[in-house]
Design a binder for this molecule. Structure first.
Ligand SMILES: *[C@@H]1O[C@H](CO)[C@@H](O)[C@H](O)[C@H]1NC(C)=O
Ligand SMILES: *[C@@H]1O[C@H](CO)[C@@H](O)[C@H](O)[C@H]1NC(C)=O
Ligand SMILES: *[C@@H]1O[C@H](CO)[C@@H](O)[C@H](O)[C@H]1NC(C)=O
Ligand SMILES: *[C@@H]1O[C@H](CO)[C@@H](O)[C@H](O)[C@H]1NC(C)=O
Ligand SMILES: *[C@@H]1O[C@H](CO)[C@@H](O)[C@H](O)[C@H]1NC(C)=O
Ligand SMILES: *[C@@H]1O[C@H](CO)[C@@H](O)[C@H](O)[C@H]1NC(C)=O
Ligand SMILES: *[C@@H]1O[C@H](CO)[C@@H](O)[C@H](O)[C@H]1NC(C)=O
Ligand SMILES: *[C@@H]1O[C@H](CO)[C@@H](O)[C@H](O)[C@H]1NC(C)=O
Length: 508
């Protein structure tokens, strides 16, 4: 163990820097990370291809991955700006891996025939080969190499990247991330794969599901961390070897991939998350597959990518993510969650409304374009109160309506008052990026939080100030101790410091 004083000082310093500069996070970088969607088609009432493409455009979806090569969809995507990853299904690996000619024909028919009218940008060769069809493992690299040769022959290899999506289970001991490594039985082929990806500057595709990590380790991995909810310092996962703090499972999974690559001396391959998501419905054994959890996970995941948060190990790299998945696939076999990973039903009705309006227009079905800022669920009162005090004090939000006797005083809870104050601040700041954060205590919603006579700032509702006898004298909320902005930051700093005293022993 290093000198603990030094370590604490270091954490102190980085926390200080983080707190002071989080708001002015640099927005530059060459490759803008993006959020795409996987389109599975095991559904009974799928949209016709042309309608599907119109729907993608209306939802501002710019990147999609198909599980095969659907001629109708590829044709319909022509002359749009939507970028597509096409896939070689697992059952075609044998033919392609054993003949260069077959690979060349495949590229000619399924890629070259559509490009560049249809912006095919990637070919995913098989899906989770190492874990779902291990007998095909020896075919993978030959197939990849043959397909690559065919792309080179068509001079498409710089625009179109080849890779293969992997299950997270090829990584053993993923927590803490610094101890992760690729399953050694697979090392020879994974080494070859990584060399190929490095040589062709292609990403390593990983299917990462905090949902399964949570389900398989209940009681050890907290739900909050799995859903990207703001967590108290005692629930942060601290990697004892690196002292990196993990507030969410997704980043820990990503870093476990980076550490595994580093173990094989590969440091120049980036991870592309080819699948991630959360089911919105399940059977009695899947109680966490709920609309609220799915909405929370996917909304936060999108925010995480668009905010370019990076990971604790690689803050400078934000992986792009394809959400699994766009549509519910009602024809999939049980368990029930299998048919309920979609953001939309197959006919394009939303399963739930994502809370992502602050992140541009992507996937935001908000017909009025109005957004509000409210307190995040599940936070402790102290955190909320501190944020509330700052907002109504130095933040100069208009908090008059949450004073005793006013319309938004009831229900008299810190959370309710904080929501009002956050929204007041957010609207006052013109909903500018970063004005709904409060160190993670707040989130953007498209649902008008107004209730009864309490009309939130930004709402188009009109108060019908009729009844509601105003009641109560007990105070709390808006008139607590007021802190200056600097004191507020110092408080967070102290929490950051406290957290390193709570080395959360994760899965060990
Ligand atoms: C495919 O082509 C590569 C070079 O382009 C060659 O090394 C390989 O032997 C060929 N494979 C087969 C099965 O013909
Ligand atoms: C590692 O991979 C081998 C070969 O696919 C497999 O048999 C084995 O179960 C894997 N080990 C673990 C711990 O998953
Ligand atoms: C990685 O590099 C180190 C130092 O050069 C070397 O000792 C080690 O054997 C390498 N590991 C692999 C898997 O190539
Ligand atoms: C958006 O929401 C409205 C009302 O909530 C609904 O009628 C409409 O179908 C939704 N549109 C899309 C494209 O999801
Ligand atoms: C919402 O915003 C979009 C694009 O910014 C615009 O085209 C649309 O007219 C707006 N809708 C309303 C109801 O203001
Ligand atoms: C604060 O809000 C109240 C109620 O919405 C309003 O009457 C008052 O004028 C506002 N005060 C300021 C300073 O804007
Ligand atoms: C008006 O008052 C009624 C009765 O208190 C309430 O149910 C309703 O939500 C209020 N409408 C608005 C827009 O606040
Ligand atoms: C007034 O407040 C008291 C205590 O908070 C509560 O028991 C009572 O029901 C309230 N009365 C009204 C009219 O809201």
């Amino acid at each position: 163990m290093e000198n603990p004083k030094f370590t604490f000082f270091f954490v102190f310093l980085s926390t200080l820097l983080f707190v002071l500069f989080a708001e002015v996070k640099a927005q530059q970088g060459k490759d803008e990370p993006y959020v795409g969607v996987n389109i599975g088609t095991d559904a009974s009432d799928l949209l016709p291809a042309a309608d599907l493409v119109a729907f993608l455009q209306s939802q501002k979806i710019s990147h999609v991955r198909l599980y095969d090569v659907d001629a109708e969809i590829l044709k319909a995507l022509a002359n749009t700006k939507i970028r597509v990853i096409v896939s070689v299904p697992n059952n075609q690996l044998l033919a392609i891996g054993s003949s260069n000619a077959t690979a060349a024909t495949w590229i000619g028919r399924n890629v070259a025939a559509y490009y560049p009218e249809t912006l095919i940008t990637g070919v995913a060769v098989g899906d989770e080969i190492f874990t779902t069809v291990p007998s095909s493992t020896p075919l993978l690299m030959p197939a990849i190499e043959s397909l690559y040769s065919a792309l080179v022959a068509s001079n498409l290899h710089t625009q179109i990247k080849i890779s293969t999506p992997n299950s997270a289970s090829i990584i053993l001991d993923p927590f803490p991330p610094s101890q992760a490594y690729f399953n050694q039985s697979l090392s020879p082929v994974i080494t070859q794969l990584l060399q190929f990806l490095s040589r062709t500057q292609s990403p390593l595709m990983m299917n990462l599901y905090p949902y399964y990590v949570f389900m398989q380790n209940k009681g050890v991995v907290p739900l909050e961390n799995s859903l990207f909810k703001p967590v108290t310092p005692s629930k942060e996962m601290v990697d004892p070897n690196t002292l990196l703090h993990y507030t969410n499972v997704f980043d820990a999974m990503l870093d476990s991939v980076y550490f595994s690559m580093k173990n094989l001396n590969v440091t120049d391959v980036v991870v592309l998350v080819s699948e991630s998501g959360w089911p919105s419905r399940g059977d009695s054994k899947e109680p966490y597959a709920t609309i609220d959890n799915a909405d929370m996970y996917n909304s936060n995941l999108i925010k995480h990518v668009i905010d370019r948060s990076g990971t604790p190990l690689h803050p400078e790299i934000t992986s792009s993510v394809y959400i699994y998945e766009l549509f519910n696939e009602d024809l999939r076999s049980p368990p029930e969650s299998e048919a309920n990973w979609g953001l939309f039903y197959a006919n394009s009705t939303p399963v739930y409304l994502l809370h992502v309006s602050g992140s541009g227009t992507f996937l935001a079905n908000d017909t009025t374009n109005q957004t509000y800022c409210i307190a995040t669920d599940g936070l402790d009162v102290k955190t909320l109160q501190t944020a509330l005090d700052w907002t109504c004090g130095p933040g100069r939000a208009n908090c008059s309506e949450i004073q005793p006797g006013q319309s938004c005083y009831q229900p008299n809870s810190v959370k309710n008052h904080a929501s009002y104050a956050f929204d007041s601040y957010y609207q006052k700041e013109g909903k500018s990026p970063g004005s709904c954060d409060f160190q993670g205590a707040a989130m953007i919603t498209t649902t008008d939080p107004s209730h009864g006579n309490c009309i939130f700032p930004g709402s188009k509702m009109i108060s019908n100030k009729t009844s509601q006898v105003v009641n109560s004298t007990q105070a709390s909320g808006g008139n607590g101790v007021r802190l200056t902005a600097f004191q507020f930051k110092i408080l967070h700093l102290i929490w950051g410091l406290t957290s390193c005293l709570f080395h959360y022993s994760f899965l060990s």
